[in-house]
Design a protein around this ligand. Structure first.
Ligand code: RB5
Length: 148
């Protein structure tokens, strides 16, 4: 199950990506918004991030105008590694090297066909572990220091 969430600027893009995920046989939990009324992207970023951090959802996709604001919000939740990707190469490497568990992008930055390519690369790539595990372990250590 994948979590998906977005702000008002990305309702149409969210629906396209949701349909795309479902066409690939992936179950999707939609955290909204489904309204075009101006809202705070952080609300939806947090919902997606918490669903992933808790294990309720395996991975998440969070979309706002640029992908930036919603990724900042997602990354405030411990255990979440959200990456803004505007092209497939970074999306693939964000899985292979960073074990990203939330993919973010901007509905005002990428078109829907490019977005689907980004999503596909991200879904299909596997984390490579090894030296990359040490690096994300270090990042988890930063989170633990924040608790003090
Ligand atoms: C909303 O206007 C816009 O600020 C938001 O979608 C996003 O781009 C923020 O980072």
């Amino acid at each position: 199950m994948y979590a998906i969430g977005n702000d008002h600027s990305a309702v149409e893009m969210k629906n396209i990506i949701k349909k795309h995920l479902e066409s690939r046989g992936i179950e999707v939990k939609d955290f909204g918004t489904n309204s075009g009324d101006s809202c705070n992207y952080a609300v939806y970023g947090e919902l997606v991030a918490r669903a992933v951090a808790s294990g309720e959802c395996e991975r998440g996709i969070a979309i706002c105008g640029t992908g930036v604001g919603i990724s900042i919000a997602c990354n405030k939740v411990n255990g979440v590694r959200a990456c803004v990707c505007s092209e497939p190469f970074s999306a693939k490497l964000s899985r292979q090297h960073n074990n990203s568990n939330v993919l973010c992008f901007g509905a005002r930055v990428v078109g829907s066909e490019l977005a689907k390519m980004i999503v596909d690369e991200w879904i299909d790539a596997e984390f490579q572990g090894g030296r990359h595990q040490d690096r994300i372990d270090y990042i988890a250590g930063i989170e633990r220091k924040n608790l003090g």
